[in-house]
Every structure is written in structure tokens, then in C-alpha cells.
Design a protein around this ligand. Structure first.
Ligand code: FES
Length: 192
């Protein structure tokens, strides 16, 4: 009788605890493979301003999986991080690195502005004011032989624009931040 009651209690507790545990731990192992997406002809991109384009971040969920990315050509007088095949076009995420609100590029100010808590980013996406903890995330880009620009996986950057595996908003990457906020095990940056 006692054993039966314990088993019944265990089953009842599992009914509550297992879904909660899965909800909490599941995202850590969630795999979001970012497909390469054709977005624009290289010739159509400026190197002194940004053009917004819509890309799909998560497939199979309709509009909810789409996001805006800001694109421009690399500009040698502005972009000082090491040049390679993945940054001939600069692609910035619109997700604010404070709490994730969508930022907007204001061309007159040459700044990205977040409407939620006043976060400001400069022309390169570096933090210029407010509470964001790191620069805007970026996307790998590549140029096809036909001169088309493709946008690939997202990565995060620190203040030096060194690349890191994607992190969530609110997770700094300078100093000990990169160790305090490791990336999810299933997500790695492309050139790692
Ligand atoms: S979410 Fe952008 S400043 Fe708070």
C-alpha cells in the first residue's frame, strides 16, 4: 500500500517536473542551423550606409522566424578588424544586446538606436551609449561568383570585434564575460 502510494506520488511529481525541466534545459541543446541566404547583389550595396534586408533565422515558423539585417560593403577606412572571405560585406543584427529589442539605423545620425531603453550603437555596431553590454551581433557573409551576397550564421563580437560563438543579449564578452557566459554546446561559430 505504501509502495503504491510512493509510485503514484512519483508519477504525479514527474508530470509537473519533467516538462518544466525540459523547458529550462531544452534551449541549451537547441540547434538552429542558419542556412546561407541570397539577399542582394553586391553592386547594390553602399559602403557608407546600410541597407535593411529580411532574412530567415528559424525555418518552419513563418514570420516569427524572420528578422532584419543591416548590410553594407566593407570599408577599409572604417573596418579595422582582420579581413577575410566572410566580412567583405558587413551584416549587422538588429537585436539589441541589452534585452533584445529591435534596433533601427538612423542614417542622419549614423547610429543604431534602440527604442526600449535608449541603447545607442555607432556606425560599426559598437556600443555608443546606454545599457547594451556588447556590440551588435553580426552574420557571416560571402559573395558568389555571380556577384550575389549571401548571409550565413550569426556570431557575436566583443569590443575588439573578435568573433565568438553566438551569445544571448545581456551577456558581455569582454574580460571574464566570455567565460561567465559560454555559448550553448550545440552552437559554434563557423570558423571554429
Ligand atoms: S533592449 Fe535595447 S536598450 Fe534595452
Amino acid at each position: 500500500m505504501t509502495g503504491t502510494a510512493h509510485v503514484a506520488g512519483g508519477v504525479a511529481a514527474s508530470a509537473f517536473l519533467l516538462p518544466a525541466l525540459g523547458f529550462a534545459v531544452g534551449p541549451i541543446f537547441d540547434e538552429h542551423e542558419q542556412p546561407w541566404q541570397d539577399v542582394i547583389a553586391l553592386d547594390e550595396l553602399p559602403d557608407d550606409s546600410y541597407i535593411p534586408k529580411t532574412i530567415t533565422l528559424v525555418t518552419g515558423v513563418g514570420q516569427a522566424g524572420k528578422s532584419t539585417v543591416y548590410l553594407r560593403k566593407r570599408n577599409a577606412s572604417i573596418d579595422k578588424e582582420p579581413e577575410d572571405q566572410y566580412n567583405q560585406v558587413i551584416a549587422l543584427s538588429t537585436r539589441c544586446m541589452h534585452l533584445g529589442c529591435p534596433v533601427r539605423y538612423v542614417s542622419a545620425a549614423e547610429r543604431f538606436i534602440c527604442p526600449c531603453h535608449g541603447g545607442v550603437y555607432d556606425f560599426t555596431g559598437a556600443v555608443d551609449g546606454g545599457p547594451p553590454v556588447r556590440p551588435l551581433d553580426r552574420f557571416y557573409t560571402r559573395i558568389t561568383q555571380a556577384g550575389r551576397v549571401e548571409v550565413g550564421p550569426r556570431f557575436s563580437v566583443n569590443d575588439e570585434l573578435d568573433r565568438f560563438s553566438p551569445r544571448d543579449p545581456g551577456e558581455p564578452l569582454d574580460g571574464v564575460g566570455q567565460y561567465l557566459y559560454p555559448s550553448r554546446p550545440s552552437i559554434r561559430k563557423l570558423d571554429e
